[in-house]
Design a protein around this ligand. Structure first.
Ligand SMILES: [Zn+2]
Length: 301
């Protein structure tokens, strides 16, 4: 698909996870350089990302819409980085939409290149974080943005707060040529996907995979292998995808988490990834790492 960056490795075409490949120079050394930042913003080539609240604004080709600082006044901005020397910024948006996302945003993401999705995803995650951290977690005073939007500082106690990333494991359990997929009630009709859950304090990735598989499906993982990762901007997760081998296919579902779970063989996954209407399930979209995970599992042969 055109929106995916593809890397050819031997006979296989490896799918790049969605929301990756921005390729910007984040230029951390400029974030505290007030004069340098002012010069970047005054640069006639500087570009400001257009947002509709937190959602992307796309042109007719599905590309992100950029403006100049002269075209729109913003009180505060986030310095995203340098794109081949061109400074890119996003507005720092005060929004009521914190913690909310409409399913319609996925239609926009499906139109975007992985690179554009990565750039917008970073801007969205940062904006959500700013809106959730208007007050200091140490003393309760107001905070203000610093480090060109990559932090907030308390005016009273001086505490510095930095954007958080929440680690999530997402995994396929594998047993004798089949993998385990689950369905949550809010999924679109027919959709099944890889099981997932937040990593908890005190856990490794492997331990979180083992715990989540056992909690949600009653499956014991005997080994866990890391495959790939993807930022997920709702609001700021890092999805870490794994494959876990199991010694049994017996399931005990946690019906608070999953409506259903099924073991699917290679033919079923191949049909679903191809969009075959007779496939046993509807595959997650290409920008979701669950899709990448299924593709990588198929590529293993
Ligand atoms: Zn404080």
């Amino acid at each position: 698909m055109a929106r995916k960056t593809e890397v050819t490795k031997g006979a296989w075409v490896l799918a790049q996870p969605g929301f990756t490949g921005a390729g910007l120079d984040r230029a951390d050394h400029l974030r505290l350089d007030e004069a340098g930042l002012a010069a970047l913003m005054a640069n006639a080539d500087a570009r400001l990302l257009r947002l509709a609240d937190l959602d992307p604004v796309l042109d007719e080709d599905g590309a992100l819409h950029w403006m100049s600082f002269a075209e729109i006044g913003v009180a505060e901005s986030i310095f995203l980085g340098l794109d081949d020397g061109i400074p890119l910024f996003a507005p720092l948006v005060r929004t009521e939409a914190v913690g909310r996302r409409a399913w319609s945003v996925f239609r926009l993401i499906a139109m975007m290149s992985g690179r554009d999705a990565a750039i917008w995803g970073a801007a969205r995650s940062l904006n959500e974080w700013h809106n959730r951290h208007l007050f200091c977690g140490v003393c309760g005073n107001d905070t203000e943005s610093f480090r060109a939007g990559w932090g907030r500082r308390c005016g009273r106690c001086g505490a510095e707060h930095f954007p958080r990333v929440d680690p999530v494991v997402i995994m396929l359990a594998e047993h004798e040529g089949r993998v385990l997929l689950g369905r949550q009630p809010q999924y679109p009709a027919g959709r099944y996907s890889a099981l997932a859950g937040f990593v908890e304090p005190g856990e490794s990735i492997e331990e979180a995979v083992q715990r989540e598989l056992f909690e949600e499906a009653g499956v014991r993982a005997i080994d866990v292998e890391y495959v790939a990762s993807q930022p997920w901007p709702f609001p700021g997760s890092l999805m870490m995808a794994c494959i876990a081998r199991t010694d049994s296919d017996a399931l005990t579902l946690d019906t608070n988490e999953l409506e259903d779970a099924i073991w699917i063989d290679r033919a079923g996954i191949e049909a679903a990834l191809a969009g075959d209407p007779d496939a046993p399930f509807q595959a997650p979209p290409p920008f979701a790492i669950a899709n990448t995970l299924l593709t990588r599992w198929m590529e293993r042969g």
